[in-house]
Ligand binder design. Structure first.
Ligand SMILES: [Zn+2]
Length: 283
């Protein structure tokens, strides 16, 4: 008995020292779909063969892995837009297993966008109300996956501004980047939810959404949320469960906006990623 315990201890020690050996958990498998992603994209990581929830680490931050219908675990791990390009690792750990997968982050070469604002709108700052409520909503991590199938386009129209562009307002320094895409459309154009989910924020200018304008945030589950900004009208209420394609409001010009357009942003674990990665695709 003692000899077996000792053998198990040695095996465990070997497994921990040489994770790739997988001696202790032969059926457990970690898969990173694409090991090279650009700034503003995400890694699709899945773990099969683990009964317990694995932990995942990337850039000194831990990410929850969520249970899938086929009983695997998955995390869509965001690469923040301002991440330095280079070599990194994704670490996956269970009670008896650890594996480090080398990954690469490449530059997306998005340019600096110089934005002129209407003098009457210059100087508008986000209120504490909108900052807090939006941040809270975008960081929601629901264990259940609420969406299925391919993501729809939220509104017809030309994409007038891409994700990730560094922004300078009225000739000032670069202070932020564009955390979504802009779709140019006339005021009143219906805006539809790109996927099923739960409305976790419906905020209006009257409530203090001076910068973002009338805003809707939808939780699609498993760390994925989406924001729709500058709406003319809002057609949904907080806590409402909605299907894919449901009209959530109309295109507008509210908040800090130069012309009627929809700003659509997608977030993983509260980090902004390129919405175009979702259009017409399934995750
Ligand atoms: Zn925008």
């Amino acid at each position: 008995m003692r000899a077996i315990s000792l053998l198990l201890f040695i095996l465990a020690a070997i497994t921990l020292r040489y994770p790739e050996a997988q001696a202790y958990d032969e059926t457990l498998q970690v898969d990173v779909r694409e090991s090279e992603r650009q700034q503003g994209q995400f890694f699709n990581v899945s773990v099969t063969g683990s009964s317990g929830q694995p932990t995942l680490w990337f850039m000194e931050r831990s990410f929850a892995m969520f249970r899938q219908p086929d009983s695997s675990w998955r995390a869509l791990v965001p690469v923040e837009n301002l991440t330095n390009p280079g070599s990194y690792a994704i670490l996956v750990r269970t009670a008896s297993f650890e594996q480090k997968i080398p990954v690469r982050v490449t530059p997306n070469n998005r340019k600096i966008q110089h934005i002129r604002l209407d003098p009457t709108k210059k100087g508008i700052r986000a209120t504490e109300t909108e900052k807090t409520r939006i941040k809270t909503a975008l960081q929601i991590q629901t264990h259940e996956k609420l969406h299925s199938g391919v993501f729809l386009r939220p509104a017809p129209g030309r994409v007038s501004s891409l994700f990730g562009l560094k922004r300078s307002y009225n000739g000032g320094p670069v202070t932020s980047y564009h955390k979504g895409i802009d779709i140019s459309a006339p005021q009143g154009t219906p805006v539809r939810s790109t996927a099923a989910g739960r409305v976790v924020l419906a905020g209006t200018v009257a409530e203090g959404f001076h910068l973002h304008g009338n805003t809707v945030v939808i939780d699609h589950g498993q760390g994925l949320t989406a924001i729709y900004m500058h709406l003319h009208t809002i057609a949904v209420k907080e806590e409402q469960i909605i299907d894919k394609g449901v009209v959530i409001g109309t295109v507008g010009h509210t908040g800090i906006s130069t012309a009627p357009h929809l700003h659509w942003g997608t977030y993983l674990y509260g980090t902004s990623v390129d919405p175009l990665l979702f259009l017409g695709r399934e995750y």
